[in-house]
Structure formats: structure tokens, C-alpha cells
Ligand binder design. Structure first.
Ligand code: NAD
Length: 285
């Protein structure tokens, strides 16, 4: 039997509709809509596509976007000054700095300069710490989106063995914390992990966030595993995940396609976080 597809496009569209309806209610009351500032440095083609998609999604649901496109040679001092201003602007609810930043800039310093209450990407150590304590404020958008996909499935998460491959601060580690928060037993793998094949075989839920096509062989995937492919690998203008979809689909119970799986969910959760940042400011203090 072929695995069923987790349709991220469809689930993300229904989340966007709910957000749009909530924003319509807000503006009907005479309040301003939620507002997101996006900051992009340089000309990286993929980053421009990501920012464009985020801005279009904001427009669709009624979130105001303020886009800052800065040259690649922008200094760290200038970027910090802009973030400082945005932190203090009452008409801005969320701040997103598109990663990766040019190597002349210390990403960690920039992430930590964002007011945690406006950190709608959820990358600030305060927000990761809140997630680690199972009291999240802003949850990193990609793992948050994966949890929405998993929760739409007819499976119970507690007790499941989840294997996460990739331990970055923006995907792998928060993914581990999200699954732990749902009482999964989590194994986190990374580039130094030995016997990846045997660990993958033990997974009830497999999340791959590596960024290398073909590292996970479909033959390693046990029957009925839920397979989430976060990887984005651009090869000759086509996008592939980490996992060979066609063959993995013959083994998994549920699987995400690439594109059309996790990607749209990431954007939807950014919109949700921005709405929550607005609501926390105006309705819950
Ligand atoms: P990263 O480069 O920061 O992390 C990659 C991780 O893979 C590291 O933890 C590394 O240890 C691990 N790794 C590398 N080679 C490995 C190997 N041979 N075996 C086991 N582990 C190995 O990347 P990231 O920012 O975490 O992103 C991961 C992937 O997810 C990328 O393809 C990225 O484009 C994609 N991504 C997708 C979305 C989305 O919305 N779909 C969002 C963010 C990132």
C-alpha cells in the first residue's frame, strides 16, 4: 500500500483562512492590522524567493508587511540600529531577519538583538528556552508547522519513537523539543551519528532536516513510518527533499511531498506567530 500524502498546501491554506478571518474581525473593530517587518541582506536568490512568499502570504491574510532590502555590505552596527528602531516601534508586531546572513555579520548577535516579544521566527534564546521548558511563547515556524501536520493525522503521539535528523537551532533542536513536549521518545541525529540506518529503522516518526538529497535511503524506512521531509535541495531549478519520495512512499504510512509539504506550513506558522504577537500586545497585555 502506498503512503498517504500529508498535504501541507491544503492544511496551510485552511490555517491562513482562519488567520484572515481573525484579522478581518480585528480591522472591523477599527484597529490596525498586525504588522511584520522583514529584513533581507544581499542578493541570494533563494532568500529572495522565501521573503517574497512570506510577503505575499502576509498580503493574502491582511498582515501589513514592511520590507527592508539592504545591500550585502550592510554593517552589523547598521543592522542592529534598524532592529533597535523596529523593537521600539509600536506599529510593528513581528521582526524577521532572513537567514543566512552574510559572513561579515554575527547571526547570533542579530538574533539576540530582536525583542523576544517580536521574535515571530522563534529563534531568540528566550523563545527556545521557553520551548525547552514546555511553556512556549513563539515557536520556530518549521517545527511548529510539522507539529500541525502530525496533529492532523489519526495517530496518538505520546510514546511514539520519533527520530529527528539534523540538530540546527532553527529546525532540528526545536523539532526535538516539540516532539518531546508531545511525549514522544526522541532520538536526535546529526552528522556525527553512527549507524544512522539502524536508528532510522526504529522510527515510528522520521523527520529529516539535513539538506542533502539521498542521504536517507528509502530501504531504511520501516513499514508504516510517518515520514516528514523538511529538506530543501535545489538542483537545476527543481526542488527535492532529503528522501527519495517515490520509493519511501511504498514503505511509509504517511509522507510529506517536497515541495508542498512542510514549506507552506512554515509560512502559515509565521503568520500565526505574527497574529499572536499582535494579540498579546493589544488584548492580553
Ligand atoms: P543546517 O545546515 O543548519 O543543519 C543540517 C543538519 O544536518 C546538521 O545538524 C547536520 O549535523 C546534519 N547532517 C548533515 N549531514 C548529515 C549526515 N550525513 N547525517 C546525519 N546528519 C547530517 O540546516 P537547517 O537550517 O537545519 O535546514 C535543514 C534543511 O531543511 C535544509 O535543506 C533547509 O533548506 C531545509 N529547511 C526547510 C524549511 C521548510 O520550510 N521546508 C525551513 C527551514 C529549513
Amino acid at each position: 500500500m502506498k503512503a498517504q500524502i500529508m498535504d501541507g498546501k491544503k492544511i496551510a491554506a485552511s490555517i491562513r483562512t482562519k488567520i484572515k478571518n481573525q484579522i478581518t474581525k480585528i480591522t472591523k473593530k477599527g484597529m490596525r492590522p498586525p504588522a511584520l517587518s522583514t529584513i533581507l541582506l544581499g542578493n541570494d536568490a533563494a532568500s529572495h524567493i522565501y521573503i517574497k512568499n512570506k510577503i505575499l502570504a502576509c498580503e493574502e491574510v491582511g498582515i501589513q508587511s514592511h520590507s527592508f532590502l539592504l545591500p550585502k555590505n550592510t554593517t552589523q552596527k547598521k543592522l542592529l540600529k534598524l532592529i533597535h528602531e523596529l523593537n521600539h516601534r509600536s506599529d510593528i508586531d513581528g521582526i524577521l531577519v532572513q537567514l543566512p546572513l552574510p559572513s561579515s555579520i554575527q547571526s547570533q548577535c542579530i538574533i539576540e538583538s530582536i525583542d523576544p516579544k517580536k521574535d515571530v521566527d522563534g529563534f531568540h534564546p528566550y523563545n527556545l528556552g521557553r520551548l525547552a521548558q514546555f511553556h512556549p511563547l513563539f515557536r520556530p515556524c518549521t517545527p511548529y508547522g510539522v507539529m500541525e501536520l502530525l496533529q492532523a493525522l489519526p495517530i496518538d503521539l505520546p510514546g511514539k519513537h520519533a527520530v529527528v535528523i539534523g540538530d540546527s537551532n532553527i529546525v532540528g533542536k526545536p523539532m526535538m523539543l516539540e516532539l518531546l513536549m508531545k511525549r514522544c521518545t526522541v532520538t536526535l541525529c546529526h552528522r556525527a551519528t553512527k549507524n544512522l540506518k539502524n536508528i532510522v529503522k526504529e522510527a515510528d516518526i522520521l523527520v529529516s532536516a539535513i539538506g542533502k538529497r539521498g542521504i536517507i535511503q528509502s530501504a531504511w524506512i520501516s513499514k508504516n513510518t510517518v515520514v516528514i521531509d523538511v529538506g530543501i535541495n535545489r538542483i537545476k531549478n527543481k526542488v527535492y527533499g532529503d528522501i527519495d519520495f517515490q520509493n519511501a512512499q511504498k514503505r511509509a504510512s504517511w509522507i510529506t511531498p517536497v515541495p508542498g509539504g512542510v514549506g507552506p506550513m512554515t509560512v502559515a506558522m509565521l503568520l500565526k506567530n505574527t497574529l499572536v504577537a499582535f494579540q498579546k500586545k493589544y488584548t492580553r497585555g
